[in-house]
Design a protein around this ligand. Structure first.
Ligand code: NYM
Ligand code: MG
Length: 208
């Protein structure tokens, strides 16, 4: 039986990485992959872009690099799934589309950055998650959360755009969890129910 691909997407400061790590601990035989994966050749460029505000890339280049970073790991993900291992993703193609789309809302950017099909097409062919979760926060709570400001995109005003862009582009079968008033343990329990209810056995799916 192949392993499952489980994606946890969410707003910055929604507790996404904490939950991805907890789920990874709980499932035997699973691997956690966080995107961007900053250690690869392309990941190193992305890391510089995110952490060094004087290192500028065109919006299109940055978008394509985030996708290329997923392609750097695609083979590895597929082979793990075929080996019966679970793979838990912390961010994936929906972050790619939502952040780029949000950029186009806050600046006068080019047509491509506002074009869903253009933004989506480099990710076509990547393995598609069996389960997609999205951790969201109310706008008020988003504004209250601490810890903004270290990296590119970590601005409250920008995050409000990101939230609305995610809401436009998430797939119909996404499991949305509003984490506003929930403890880490409560979110963990909700995720656990969704994941265990959804383990049918079929072939790996791909984005088309
Ligand atoms: N990000 C992440 C993108 O803009 N496009 C993508 O495809 C992905 C995977 O990287 N603010 C952005 C969202 C985050 C930033 O991610 C770094 P993290 O999870 O904070 O390390
Ligand atoms: Mg971050």
């Amino acid at each position: 039986m192949r392993g499952k691909l489980i994606l946890i997407e969410g707003l910055d400061r929604s507790g996404k990485s904490t939950q991805a790590a907890l789920l990874n601990q709980r499932i035997a035989n699973s691997h956690l992959i966080k995107f961007p994966e900053r250690s690869t050749p392309i990941g190193q460029i992305i890391n510089k872009y995110l952490t060094d505000s004087s290192y500028d890339l065109s919006d299109q280049s940055a978008h394509l690099l985030f996708s290329a970073n997923r392609w750097e790991l695609a083979k590895d993900i597929i082979s793990k799934l075929n080996n019966g291992e679970f793979v838990i993703l912390d961010r994936y193609i929906y972050s790619g589309i939502a952040y780029s789309l949000a950029k186009s809302k806050v600046s006068n950017s080019s047509n491509e950055m506002n074009d869903y099909n253009w933004l989506y097409s480099p990710d076509k062919g990547l393995p598609k998650p069996d389960i997609t979760l999205f951790l969201t926060l109310d706008l008020q709570e988003l504004s209250n959360r601490k810890g903004w400001g270290e990296e590119r995109y970590e601005l409250k005003e920008f995050q409000i755009q990101v939230k609305s862009c995610f809401e436009k582009i998430l797939p119909p079968n996404v499991n949305i969890i509003n984490v506003n008033n929930l403890s880490i343990e409560q979110v963990e329990a909700e995720i656990s129910i969704i994941v265990t209810n959804d383990l049918t056995n079929d072939d790996i799916h791909y984005f088309t």
